[in-house]
Design a protein around this ligand. Structure first.
Ligand code: SAH
Ligand code: F3S
Length: 474
């Protein structure tokens, strides 16, 4: 998925002392501030919401700039070389002798896990190195930092279960991320995630439903179930539900209006998932199903576990659903040994499937992956060319598909309002962005909008009904 930079600093302050957090440690932290910057996928964004919750429950207050912070944290992404480099350029600001020197700086997430203790040598200004599988130990690690320890680490990967905390400070008031499965056992040849996030572990159905109900009570109407392979989820409790069973039960929680889930892996994608969507209107008409490449030879080398034909069968099954499901995917161009012919098969797959959105990347060799032992045969220049060709083809497809919606009435959840333009921005069930003249009070409401024009990346429209409150009615 897209790797936008997201900053979490605007969550509301909370002075409550969390259960299990001693009054003494909260006292130490009272009046202290933190700055937390997040790189990477939704999983990282949601992890940061959990980390922020733990800090705020200890009495720390979020601030918008690292200059004002006592603790500076970077939640990092190492999926591609460029993403991993970002944290090192941020850390440059805290080198010895610079104005920021002396502050507590911590590195969380995938780069932390990947580099491990070496980080302290590479960047001596760093005091905390912690991978996502060790977040349950954060209170203990913060105790160590607060008592003056300047080399604190959480790098174990064998953590059982998922990191869940009631303290999570969600950054969006209407759409809530909810982790249902952590880690990945798939080991695609190009991917660092199994090394940085550890083995796969599912949360129990009872815990997931309990959190859903709590989220609805707090006013959330859209739930996004998260996992590296979300559809590999299997109920670890005796109830023994499948992922499709879980979708149906989450969709039936009173008050839930929209449910999304990401990321699905084609290997685990079953017709039962489509049946669940068919019979539950609250399950959004949207599926993200990364294909990576159109050539079976390349897919085999990538160790994806499916052929082009098997993937297309899954697409066919989705296309037969009762409602029109919007499809998106991830594409890697220039993987080791990808010939021009292989690449053309990616283009023909894009033309056949006609996705509504794609996330496309140049292959980037990563440490500790199988592909590091393969010959990175495609030059960077050629990878760049292939990326441009893919993106131009997709731009035309998206423009055509979006323009076909002009004149249609679509329901959006209003996510924001831009006062300068008088424009509200919402999202359709298909996950399309729709801008329309609105009012600030509509944020968080579901509104019917008629589409009046369309570009490749978004729609423009006008409201056809008055706003309804965010509470469920459908
Ligand atoms: N299941 C995860 C996949 C994480 S990686 C998810 O939530 O999407 C996201 C995407 O990054 C992958 O689907 C793949 O297209 C891309 N990617 C992963 N490793 C890569 C690499 N080494 N080079 C280029 N792109 C990569
Ligand atoms: Fe990565 Fe493949 Fe897992 S892309 S997250 S190893 S499914």
């Amino acid at each position: 998925m897209g790797n936008d930079l997201i900053q979490i600093a605007s969550a509301q302050p909370c002075h409550a002392v969390a259960p299990g957090v001693s009054a003494a440690s909260a006292d130490v932290a009272r009046g202290r501030t933190f700055y937390l910057e997040t790189f990477g996928c939704q999983m990282n964004v949601h992890d940061s919401e959990k980390v922020a919750g733990v800090l705020m429950a200890r009495g720390y207050r979020p601030v918008d700039s690292h200059q004002d912070a006592d603790i500076i944290l970077y939640n990092t992404c190492s999926i591609r070389e460029k993403a991993a480099q970002k944290v090192f350029s941020r850390l440059g600001a805290f080198r010895q002798g610079r104005p920021g020197a002396g502050k507590i700086v911590g590195v969380l997430g995938c780069v932390a896990q990947q580099e491990g203790e070496v980080f302290f040598e590479r960047a001596p200004q760093v005091s905390l190195v912690c991978g996502s599988a060790s977040y349950p130990r954060l209170p203990d690690l913060l105790d160590q930092l607060e008592s003056g320890n300047r080399r604190v680490k959480g790098l174990e990967l064998d953590t059982e279960g998922c990191f869940e905390t009631e303290l999570t400070r969600r950054d969006n008031r209407y759409r809530a991320y909810l982790t249902i499965i952590e880690g990945c056992d798939q080991r695609c040849a190009f991917c660092v995630v199994p090394m940085t996030r550890g083995p796969e572990r599912s949360r129990s159905s009872a815990k997931i439903l309990e959190e859903c109900r709590r989220l609805v009570d707090e006013g959330y109407t859209e739930i996004q179930l998260l996992g590296q392979i979300v559809n590999a989820w299997r109920d670890p409790s005796p109830a023994g539900w499948s992922f499709a069973d879980l979708l149906a039960r989450v969709a039936e929680v009173p008050g839930v209006r929209r449910v999304r889930f990401t990321t699905s892996h084609p290997r685990y994608f079953t017709p039962e998932i489509v049946q669940a969507i068919d019979s539950h209107p609250t399950l959004c008409d949207q599926i993200h199903l990364p294909v990576q490449a159109g050539s079976t030879t390349v897919l085999e080398r990538m160790r994806r576990g499916y052929s082009r034909e098997e993937y297309l069968e899954k697409i066919h099954c989705i296309r037969k659903a009762q409602r029109a499901i919007s499809l998106s995917t991830d594409i890697i161009v220039g993987f080791c040994g990808e010939s021009e012919k292989d690449f053309e098969q990616t283009l023909s797959l894009l033309a056949d499937v006609e996705y509504d959105q794609i996330f496309s990347f140049k292959f980037s060799p990563r440490p500790d992956t199988a592909a590091l032992g393969f010959f990175d045969s495609v030059s960077d220049e050629e990878k760049g060319r292939r990326l441009t060709v893919v993106q131009e083809l997709q731009r035309q497809i998206q423009l055509r598909r979006n323009q076909a919606l002009v004149g249609r009435n679509l329901e959006v959840l209003v996510e924001g309002y831009q006062p300068r333009l008088g424009q509200a921005v919402g999202r359709t069930t298909h996950n399309r962005v729709l801008n329309f003249p609105g009012v600030p009070a509509e944020v968080g409401c579901y509104v019917q909008v008629r589409v009046t024009s369309a570009g490749p990346n978004s729609l423009v429209g006008e409201r056809v009904t008055r706003a309804q409150g965010g509470a469920a009615s459908a």
